[in-house]
Ligand binder design. Sequence first.
Ligand code: ADP
Ligand code: MG
Length: 740
Amino acid sequence: MIALSAPLVEIHDIGPRFITKLKKLGIETVKDLLWHFPTRYEDFSQIYKIADLAPGQEATIQGVVKEIGGRRTWRRRLYLVETLISDESGSIRAVWFNQPYIKNILRPGRTANFSGKITITEDELYLSNPTYELLSEHSHHETKHTGRIVPVYPETKGLTSRGIRYLIKPILDTLQQLPEIIPQEILEKENLPLINKALRDVHFPKDIDDAVRAKKRFAFEDLFLLQLHNLLERLKLAQEKSVAIKIDIEEIKTLINRLPFKLTQSQKQSLWEILKDLEKNHPMNRLFQGDVGSGKTIIAAIAAVRTAHDGYQAAFMAPTEILARQHYNTLIKFFPNFEKGIVLLTSSESKIFYGHGLETDMKKTELKHIIAEGKINPVRNHVRAGAPEGPLGRTISNGVKIVIGTHALIQKNVRFGELALVIVDEQHRFGVDQRANLLKDKKIVPHFLSMSATPIPRTLSLTLFGDLDLSLITELPKNRKPIITKVAAPGNREKAYAFIRGQIKKGRQAFVICPRIEIANTNNHELPMNVTNIREISGKLAQIREARAVKEEYEKLSKKIFPDLRVAMLHGKMKPKEKEHVMKEFAERKSDILVATSVVEVGVDIPNATIMMIEGAERFGLAQLYQFRGRVGRGEHQSFCFLFTDSSAKTTRRRLKSIVEAKNGFELAEKDLQIRGPGEFLGEAQTGIPDLAMKALQNPELVKTARQTAYELLKKDRFLKNCPLLRERLNQFKKDIHLE
Ligand code: ADP
Ligand code: MG
């Protein structure tokens, strides 16, 4: 009996060479291997007579090897093994390339199955590279490779589907019985196979139906666990205690009326949802999504101000220093009379603002001290040592209510005295589990608001963020001038350059985005096949190549096209500090053109940039193109977006044109998903999204079912008392996803 947890090295049939290759795929235990599922199946279940074969057919024959021989082809590049096989109806040739050892296996006189494609040359049929399997007259072993439905696995160099089948089959035959974690009645209701059958069927199914049901079971299991996890998190949250922040309608009205613009309907709606959450004495856990430029910051800022006025602290975290500073400036600009203390705390800056133009730099240690004290003891702290003289010194002794900084800084070493609200900007890039980290060991849990401009289709957000509530901004502020968007052929490039030059002469700035480099398709089989790994590794390769592409484009633009202008570049291989520096210089108009990959910061507001030129536009997802475009059109000047593509295909152009018509990013994200499928959609910017979500996207119905099922189960059995195995598995699952 083999245990699921057994390391493969302990299985004596598996040699060290296999072990090394498997390790490359992240496969080390029996479980890893058995959960390495086929990507597809070949139906070789019917055995054909040689005389009945037709060209183009995929078929299995059973025959005797009559002759076999090998030779190099005339260019000596390939080694060819050729054989003649016959059954009682006739004979056929089969050829293999570069597998000389086959000569030693398929000796004349042996009987074997051959599965593969029937090919034709000069009127003669032959089998090209067929899968073969020797049959012995004495044993009645089930076949693995031929004469059945055959699994085809994601492969890597030197480890073929054949090799994997060879490993898996005997293990399946001697595997221990696995405990069933999903309650029987659920499996019955959903018509899903039990685990032991499912595992067998997913690799060696009797027919395609069985294979499909087996795969569905595993997808369901993952989604079901995820949904259970989400629902349990929600229930837990409802029991945690947090500070209730009162809604003060008059104050909110005043704040809003003082803004230099009118809030959009979506903004008002979102603000209301957030305020209603804050009013409760258990923590908010809300995802706030809206396109680039849709005005999320001001809404979050109002929530922070309300929290402060109610006597508590709010932390506002941004992914970069530039964004942190931008948020700080936004708050100061829109709430110039706010007297409760706004702090900017990044690795290079630390300052404090107390309304009415009172602003001063302050040592970090001192600032952190004030933040940690929370409600200041009025007697002891009446005059703080080291606090500046004058009105600012006096106000500082009242503490600090709003702290703005980068994620790293606030998470690591700032303690808060009375934190009631945490706002995290561009959350998606930092994983969903930050909340957990941030809130460790807290008796009173702060309300949590995370903001993202990445439009995530509804199915996906339900799956992934099912434990969060959602607020959406679906419209841009009215005053925005529509961005003039053109899909352009390479012939227009010179014109575009001339246009850019003209805009820069007028004082504007431009982005040039380099094409995305595709890696996954070119040498897929050389990459480890575990999907997460593929994404990670191809992501890294793409980064390296993209850096090269950016450098080339940069050379061209700065030396040949615009030698008189200030051109800067930005790519993913640069260190965070370098990136920050480049963005800062661009924001301060110290460069005219920024050549970049898709890393160009999401949230940075550069109202003076009016041109977004995208090379190789067809290689980007619609949602991503839309986001690029959102980086211009934020100021008073008319903005332009040029989508350059070499492709003249109608479909490509139509796809690109849909950006021109789209109302918002969500609509596009859905469309993108339909056109390009989940793999492509998730492949790019959205790294960090677990594979589970991929499955979810492919099957929204299954997500719904899993969700409903989880809900009903918890309604009956809140603590899963009757399903101890499921509960145990869920704990493991929790650990696993927190590691992602
Ligand atoms: P994002 O949602 O991408 O974070 P921001 O909050 O940075 O967007 O807002 C983009 C710009 O739009 C800011 O300069 C902000 O002041 C401005 N803004 C926000 N709301 C409105 C509105 N209702 N009308 C006009 N301008 C707005
Ligand atoms: Mg933003």
